[in-house]
Design a protein around this ligand. Sequence first.
Ligand code: ZN
Length: 140
Amino acid sequence: MKCTNCGTDNAEGLRFCGNCGTPLALPSIPPNQPTPPASTVEETASKISTIEQRRAILDWAISQRIRLGYRLAARSDTTAQLVKPKSFNAVFAVICVLLIVLFGVGLVLLIIYFIAYLAQKEKSVYLEVDQYGRLKVTDR
Ligand SMILES: [Zn+2]
């Protein structure tokens, strides 16, 4: 075995170089050694998320939607239902009322807007985090 430090050819089986004392390299592990089954099991296990991880993912997804104006209607550890309330433009309504009061116009506009508001449906969204930590979003 050749020393990596001084290049002296040492006898096979020696742990240190006879010339300079550098530890000799241990025989390398064959590259295509079969993977022990234990590590396969470990790898599979690491892909499955714990309830805590799933809950954390769900918490994050909920907070994202709350910022968009949704409110939380129901939730469990891994599922949640959020509802986006109807949006009502109060400024627009006030302007219409002012137009009606001051100039006697805008009543039709206000009625159309009000009907449109009543026709709006609350938007529901269902969130679910599966056992692999994947978020599933269903709009209804
Ligand atoms: Zn040496």
